[in-house]
Design a protein. Sequence first.
Length: 661
Amino acid sequence: MELPPQLRRRVAIDRVSPEVDGGRFPAKRLLGEPIEVVADIVCDGHEELECRLHVRHGQAGPWRSLPLQCEGNDRWVGRFTADSIGHWDYTVSARVDPFAGWLRDLRRRHEAGQNLTVELACGAAMIEEAAARADPAEAGELSGFADRLRQASSPDEACSPRLAELMTRWANRRDETWLPPRPLWIDRPLAGCSSWYEIFPRSWGEPGIHGSLADVAERLEYVRDLGFNVLYLTPIHPIGTAFRKGRNNSLTAAPGDVGSPWAIGSAEGGHTAIHPALGTLDDFERLRGRAESLGIELALDLAIQCSPDHPWVREHPEWFRWRPDGTIRYAENPPKKYQDIVALDFEGEAWESLWKAIEGVVRCWVERGVKIFRVDNPHTKPFAFWEWLIGEIHRDHPDVLFLSEAFTRPKTMYRLAKLGFTQSYTYFTWRVEKGELADYLVEVTSPPVRDFFRPNFWPNTPDILHETLQTGGRAMFITRMVLAAMSVGSWGIYGPAFELMAATPREPGSEEYLDSEKYEIKDWNLLDPASLAPLVARINAIRREEPAAALPPPVIQRIDEPQLLAWSRFDKASGSRLVVVVSLDPNEPRSGLLELDRRLLGLDDSQPLQACELLAADGAGECGRPVTWPAGPVEVALAEDRPAVIYRLTPVTPAAAREAS
């Protein structure tokens, strides 16, 4: 039996990163972000290896080849920066390099004083073999090297960089080992670092009057001044009247009740229409344009569900689930019932036309300039649907971002991220103890999770008013805000409920708001002097001004008080260093000794630091003058009026330290 040729390949490539599930899904990176590809590459014996990284944009673009460097223990590393968004591939090749091995041994023999005549002849023979594969011009150049090598008595001629270049170019690559290509998805920078502000547009008009998109456009400076770069609008489509919910989720709507925006569809239209009270498509375009002029992108809610009044129910009954008695099945999440919503049937005979109709909805809004979608409950739709839909949209519009609202089992949440969702809501809201918070911060920002999952931390949403906010007061709102905004790349709040500290539950033990905005128009006093707006604005300013607040993952730092949590973030490229400490029991005085692992901050253990506190209690800029932290533990004290601190750390030079002393 003839043996397969691949048995001649002596090099093995293992433990490649980044990769997700062996290359089944793309690893995610950002435009302009340095990308590091790492692999274990081994060979039997003591051979020298040539290992290369190959990258391309698109699935049919030309490959670009870059060298890999061995950084110890057979770990090979290559780096590149993607200059276009969308799909990329990378692969790794490796081969035994006989010429490099011969040259290494030639130098050793020369240093030992051995006769080199035979070895130089062996080298000349290798060069002639390469010349036989080369084009005529470089073949002659290689033959010249071979002739001179036969006459040489030292390795000097063999050490020519030009010779090494030619020998690499015309090497025999018959038995080279290649890694099957691994996919990457490159997003625009906003995918990795964003600040979201969620509103119900109908509450942004005059008191007691249904607001419009035009009203929101007139008040956009408020969002701009808070520092948010994504304005997320809850559904702006017509709302059904059948089984409309009343205030506080009442099953019976009173006259004038506006209903839930997530009960989409009425005689006025469905998912591509705008609620008449909110305005027209022209109003939407003016809002989008004005937001763009202020550095804000609009995000729309993609809620794939319908009111019983949705035109699809009449036009496409085959897309819905029907009971044996001929009634349509409404949505449920026991014990919750959503009588004003009917679910689409993704498993029905008409699944293909349904999928394409939903694709049409997304494309409709993309064509209207929308590049961000917050997707409602994606875990209740088939995985295959999301992989298909996001892939279809990204094929033509790779700049579109999708935020997954999937408060579901962890592995389901991670699977959705692998399928293509750009960012995801998380369990952050329910992580409150020091140990579980520290573990969770590390989990969602460390490999392998960080290769496919981008967390977006929200202290509150219209659906979630956590017990900590119900009972913790202003100090807890600040703690949760600093935790969310200063630990990961993206965060968001449901406002103005957050900055105005809305904290009354519908009933004890509930996470639903009393008098929830989901079912009524609210009159928010944006000028309330007690508002957290100045602090929110300051937090977002720190995120913009400090490179360490963007992409570097948090590193948990040791502090000996059980109710204080500390972490650092370090951006190597800029040298930006931040240390954040929050109190998890912010209404009681707490102090602890902070022991920094300075090596993780790129610092010498004995080096003093200048610490500048960035977060004032009123949000009005920096606090006081910088202080010097000596080597060793530093005491941090927090209290109700100062529940969190953010320090910018700067190394103190020896000369500055002597001057200060």
